[in-house]
Design a protein around this ligand. Sequence first.
Ligand code: FES
Length: 150
Amino acid sequence: MSEGDGTTLKIVAYCCHYCSYAAADLAGVLRLSYPAETRIVELPCTGRLDVLEVLHTFEHGADGVMVAGCLEGDCHFQEGNLNARRRVRYIKELLNRIGLEPERIEMYNLSAAMGRQFAEAATQMTQQITNLGLNPLRLTNLLEPTGEPS
Ligand code: FES
């Protein structure tokens, strides 16, 4: 898949400010490469992950979503990452119901020191989504460039 022709994978990574966002930063500092398809969205905590926003992310063309929160037991807001894991499980069910593969979204737990693991998770997620192919909803949008319902 190549850049600029509408077939480049888009993977959105919702990253907690306190851990995986810092881990992504560390990966950069350590010059560990991870796929350019990964677009990071910083959250104050993965407990703020919004189910509707994730569904809109898929509707608007994301091929995959990774949610990366603090290690279990280390969430700065007690159980935000546990709530995020439950929401990811729920989103998987919703994706399945609308005919999308549940593997298009995954949850990861990382500390700020886990730059290498962040790069590995992003690479693993990109490989998983590459195997699934483009989000079919996105292909529909490509056929209808105005985005208006036909
Ligand atoms: Fe990191 Fe809650 S503060 S997941």
